[in-house]
Design a protein around this ligand. Structure first.
Ligand code: NAP
Ligand code: FE
Length: 367
C-alpha cells in the first residue's frame, strides 16, 4: 500500500440540536468567549442566540464581534484580532459561513500574537492560538473541519491561504437547522463550493487513500442532492445531506488542499465580486475537460459518484445552477491567468498547467 498521512484535529458533532446535546464540549473551552460572526449570519441562522443562551445558562462571559466581511481581508481580521486581544477571552467561537470561520482562525492567532496579519500567510507566529469552536451556517467550505483560512490580500490583488494545525477547531457543531435561512443563491453557491472541494481533492497530486474515501463519499452524497438542488428544493433532508457532504469535502481538502479551479476562481471573486462557490462553479466544466487527458479514469469516478453520464452533461447541469452575465476583457482574463499561476495550489493539479492553459480555461468558461 502507498504511504500517507491523515490529520484532523476537530471533534465534530452532527445532527439536529447537537450543540445543546453536547454543550459540555463548548463550555469547557474557557470562562470568556470571543464570538466571531458576520453582520447578519449569526443572528439570521439562530446559532448566535443558541450559543448565547448556553453561555448565559452557565455564566460564561462573552463578547460578540459581528463585523466579518465576506472574503475577509487582512485589515478585517486585524480589527477582530485587536478586539479579541483586548477582551481577555480565553476561547473563540466562529459562527457563519467560511468567511467568519476562516476569520475566527486568524483572530485566534492574532489574539495571542502581536504580529501584522500578513505574517499569518507564512505561519510566522510563536504563541499558540486561542482554542476555537466552529458552527457553520452554510453548507460549503467545510472550514469547521480544516486548519485552513483564506484571506483577501489587497497588496497582492488576490486571496491567499494559511494552514496551521493549531487552528483546527477543537469542536464543531454541524446542525442543518442553521443553514435553513440561506437564500437559494447562497445555498447553491456554497453547495457548489463543497462539490468543488471533493473534485479538486480527488483530482489532486497529493490525494491519498483516505482523502479519496472522503472525496468519493462526499460526491456520492452530493449526487443524492443533484435533482433537488436543480429544482431549488431545499427540504430538511437535503439540507442535512449538503452539510454532511460539505464536511466530508472539508476533510478531503484538509489532507490535499484544492487545485486550479480554486486558484483561478480567487480572481473572479477579488476583481468581480463573484461569490466564492459560484466562481468555482463557473470554471469546473472546463477544468474537468482540461484534466481529462491525464485523469480520464478518475474523472469517470467523479461522474459516476455524482450519477452524471459525461462531462457534457455535467456542463449542462452546472449551467442551470450557476449563471453569470458579467463581461470580461481579454486583458482581464490574461491577468487572472497570470495570478493563478502564482497560487500555491496550482502545483497540485493533476495535469501540469501553464499560463496559456489557465487563459484557455478562463476563455472557454467566461469568454
Ligand atoms: P460567506 O462569505 O461566509 O457568506 C456568504 C453570504 O451568506 C454572506 O452574506 C453571509 O452573511 C450569508 N450567510 C451565511 N450563512 C447564512 C445563513 N444561514 N442564512 C442567511 N445568510 C447566510 O460564504 P461561504 O461560501 O460559506 O464562505 C466563503 C469563504 O470561505 C471564502 O472566503 C472562501 O475563500 C473561504 N473558504 C474557506 C475554506 C477553508 O478550508 N477554510 C474552503 C473553501 C472556502 P454574513 O455576511 O452576515 O456572514
Ligand atoms: Fe472553497
Amino acid at each position: 500500500m502507498t504511504k500517507f498521512k491523515f490529520q484532523s484535529g476537530t471533534k465534530a458533532y452532527f445532527g439536529k440540536d447537537c450543540m445543546f446535546d453536547n454543550k459540555g464540549d463548548l463550555i469547557k473551552l474557557g470562562k470568556k468567549a470571543f464570538i466571531v460572526t458576520g453582520k447578519t449570519s449569526g443572528k439570521t441562522s439562530g446559532a448566535l442566540d443558541d450559543v448565547v443562551s448556553i453561555f448565559e445558562g452557565v455564566g460564561i462571559k462573552y463578547e460578540v464581534f459581528d463585523k466579518i466581511e465576506n472574503n475577509p481581508s487582512l485589515e478585517n481580521v486585524k480589527l477582530g484580532g485587536m478586539a479579541a486581544a483586548n477582551s481577555d477571552a480565553d476561547f473563540i467561537v466562529g459562527i457563519g459561513g467560511g468567511s467568519p470561520l476562516d476569520a475566527a482562525k486568524a483572530i485566534a492567532i492574532l489574539a495571542t500574537n502581536d504580529i501584522e496579519p500578513i505574517q499569518l500567510i507564512k505561519n510566522d507566529f510563536y504563541n499558540r492560538p486561542l482554542p476555537i469552536a466552529a458552527i457553520p451556517t452554510t453548507a460549503g467550505t467545510g472550514s469547521e473541519v480544516t486548519a485552513a483560512s483564506i484571506l483577501t490580500i489587497p497588496e497582492y490583488e488576490t486571496k491567499m491561504s494559511f494552514v496551521h494545525e493549531d487552528v483546527f477547531p477543537k469542536v464543531a457543531f454541524l446542525d442543518a437547522k442553521y443553514t435553513e435561512s440561506m437564500s437559494r443563491d447562497i445555498a447553491v453557491n456554497t453547495a457548489v463550493d463543497a462539490m468543488s472541494h471533493a473534485i479538486e481533492g480527488y483530482l489532486n497530486k497529493t490525494a491519498t487513500l483516505v482523502s479519496d474515501m472522503f472525496a468519493i463519499e462526499a460526491l456520492n452524497v452530493f449526487g443524492e442532492c443533484l435533482i433537488n438542488l436543480g429544482e431549488n428544493n431545499f427540504d430538511y433532508e437535503t439540507r442535512e445531506k449538503l452539510l454532511y457532504s460539505s464536511m466530508l469535502a472539508g476533510l478531503t481538502i484538509a489532507q490535499t488542499g484544492t487545485t486550479i479551479a480554486h486558484g483561478i476562481g480567487y480572481s473572479l471573486t477579488y476583481f468581480k465580486n463573484i461569490p466564492h462557490g459560484k466562481a468555482n462553479g463557473l470554471l469546473l466544466t472546463e477544468y474537468l475537460r482540461f484534466n481529462n487527458s491525464v485523469a480520464k479514469d478518475r474523472i469517470q469516478n467523479v461522474l459516476n459518484a455524482l450519477k452524471i453520464k459525461s462531462i457534457d452533461d455535467f456542463g449542462s447541469y452546472m449551467k442551470k445552477l450557476v449563471i453569470s452575465d458579467i463581461e470580461f476583457s481579454e486583458d482581464e482574463l490574461k491577468k487572472y491567468a497570470s495570478l493563478a499561476m502564482k497560487q500555491k495550489n496550482t502545483a497540485k493539479n493533476l495535469r501540469s498547467v501553464c499560463e496559456e492553459d489557465m487563459y484557455e480555461i478562463l476563455l472557454k468558461s467566461l469568454g
